[in-house]
Structures are given as structure tokens and as C-alpha cells.
Design a protein around this ligand. Structure first.
Ligand SMILES: [Zn+2]
Length: 310
């Protein structure tokens, strides 16, 4: 690094992230529809008018056009700005955490793939192979460049690890492969149990491949962290959904049908649990989000948990 101020690099990486986020929006829209992400140029989904280069500047264009198509004035989802900003901020966070190392590159790639998967899952309940499969390969390849489990190797100086090149690469590769196996088989097993217990498919092969990707990037320890924290957060989200529906329906029954409180509660509970039975939770959203949390806070959270409860 030369005499340029540190803020120059931080700004550059943030803008770089915005541009990648913009491309990610195209992926999120087109991959579930099995269309090319390269051609044709972006067009308004409403009127089909191609979007001019000047109207395609991340964040800025959306704000200037007040979230509408210049041509037909159809509303453009705020998701576009949200994904761009989030990609920019995650790239910046990688840079601030890992500095000018291959770690930064590795986790920028990881964040890019996960954001694409999280938002595609949230919108379409799909986790496209076009993101998961190359992601698994990239995760395994990165394990040969950057140690897959940070805890031990990060405290050793970079030079020391490069001198011992052969052993750490093998250990790291093993860790990535084992992480992928642990992640994928846990989800596969959980999906099988879920199918038996509830009679509907709760987790598809998309989630299995997603966790193979996460495992390849994070190694065993942080993969286990991701699985448990995502299950916890996912359960809490499911529970609060059912409680919210219950409370709302109880009130509605009391107002509309003039039922007594116990009757309204009992009947509302029945319909709320019916809703829950048929509600498909986008579990990939929770897995992906907690995998990102694991990158920055996983080690600290595990340490906190061990010190507090064990
Ligand atoms: Zn339009």
C-alpha cells in the first residue's frame, strides 16, 4: 500500500461492492427464471424498456428516479437498493476485518454468493444451482489459498504458515471438505425427519447444497455454529409468526363474530396452527444470514457461549 489514505481503499471497496450488488440484483431476478445473467441488457420488468446506463447507477439512480421506471413510472422494488447497499457494506466489512489479504477476497466472494441465495430464497423459495454448485467448488479451492479454520492459523504469522506450506493446505482442504459434508448431511437428515414429522417437505436439496457451500468456506466449527444458530433463529421466527397470527385472528373473531374470549382464542389457535402447517419457511434465508454472522462474529459468539454456559 502506497501513500494513499486508508479511506481511499475503503471507499473503493465499498463502490466495488455496490457494483457487484447491482449485478447480483440481475442474478436474483433472472436465475430462478433460468435466463442468462449476461444478455440481454437490463430492462424494466413492467414495460420492457431497456434501462439506460445513466439510470443504472447503483443506489443513486433509484433515489433520483424515486424508485420508479423512467419510461412507464412502474415502481421498482426497494430490494434493488437494499441488495446493493448490503453488498457494499459487507465488502467494506471484509476489508476492515481482514485487510489486504486473500481472506478479504475469499469472504467477499462468500458474501456475494450468500446474498444472492438469501434474496432469491426469500422471493422465490429457490436456491439456484448456478450459485450453489460453483460456490462449493470455489469454497474448496479457497481452502488451498487461505486456511479454512481461522482460529489457530490466524494467530500464526502469515510467513510461518507459508513456510509450512504443505501441512496447512492439506489440513485446510480436509477442514473444508469435512465442513461441507457436515453441513450437507445435517440438513439432509433434518429434512428427512421433518418430512416424517410434518408430512410436508421442509427442506429441499437447495438447502443441502447451500450448507455444502457454507461448510466448504467456513470449515467444521463455524458450520456447526451456523446450523445451530440458524435453527434457533428460524424456530423463534416461526414461533413469533404463529403467535402473531393467533393474536390477530382472536381479535378478528371477537369483533366480527362476537365470540367469547376463550372460544375466539381456541378457534383462532386452530386456524393459526393450520396456517403454520402449510407455511413454508425459507430456511435458506436463516442459514445464509447466520453464515454471514459466523464470518464476523462466529468465533466471538462461540467463546462467549462457552464461557457463559460451559
Ligand atoms: Zn417501465
Amino acid at each position: 500500500m502506497t501513500d494513499l489514505p486508508p479511506s481511499f481503499y475503503a471507499t473503493a471497496i465499498f463502490l466495488f461492492g455496490l457494483a457487484f450488488g447491482s449485478f447480483l440484483n440481475v442474478c436474483i431476478h433472472r436465475l430462478p427464471r433460468e435466463r442468462s445473467v449476461v444478455r440481454p441488457r437490463s430492462a424494466c420488468p413492467q414495460c420492457g424498456e431497456p434501462i439506460r446506463a445513466l439510470d443504472n447507477i447503483p443506489v443513486v439512480s433509484w433515489l433520483l428516479l424515486r424508485g420508479r421506471c423512467r419510461h412507464c413510472k412502474a415502481a421498482i422494488s426497494p430490494r434493488y437498493v437494499f441488495v446493493e447497499l448490503l453488498t457494499g457494506l459487507l465488502f467494506l466489512a471484509c476489508w476492515l476485518t481482514f485487510g489486504p489479504t486473500l481472506w478479504t477476497l475469499k469472504f467477499c466472494v462468500f458474501a456475494f454468493l450468500l446474498l444472492g441465495l438469501i434474496f432469491t430464497d426469500a422471493e422465490t423459495k429457490l436456491l439456484p444451482d448456478a450459485l450453489t454448485l460453483p460456490g462449493i467448488v470455489l469454497g474448496v479451492l479457497f481452502s488451498l489459498l487461505v486456511p479454512a479454520d481461522g482460529l489457530v492459523t490466524r494467530v500464526l504469522p502469515w510467513l510461518g504458515t507459508t513456510v509450512l506450506a504443505v501441512p496447512w493446505r492439506l489440513i485446510s482442504l480436509g477442514n473444508a471438505l469435512l465442513g461441507a459434508a457436515v453441513g450437507a448431511s445435517f440438513i439432509y437428515g433434518a429434512g428427512a425427519i421433518y418430512l416424517r414429522a410434518r408430512g410436508i417437505e421442509g427442506m429441499g436439496f437447495g438447502d443441502v447444497k447451500l450448507m455444502a457451500l457454507v461448510g466448504a468456506f467456513l470449515g467444521v466449527k463455524l458450520t456447526v455454529f451456523t446450523l445451530f444458530s440458524a435453527s434457533l433463529v428460524g424456530s423463534l421466527a416461526g414461533l413469533s409468526t404463529i403467535l402473531m397470527v393467533w393474536v390477530k385472528r382472536t381479535e378478528r373473531r371477537r369483533k366480527r363474530n362476537h365470540e367469547s374470549l376463550p372460544t375466539a382464542r381456541r378457534r383462532a389457535w386452530k386456524s393459526a396452527s393450520m396456517v403454520y402447517r402449510h407455511y413454508e419457511m425459507p430456511f435458506g434465508v436463516f442459514l445464509g444470514t447466520m453464515a454471514l454472522v459466523a464470518v464476523f462474529f462466529g468465533d466471538a459468539l462461540i467463546r462467549w457461549y462457552v464461557e457463559t454456559y460451559l
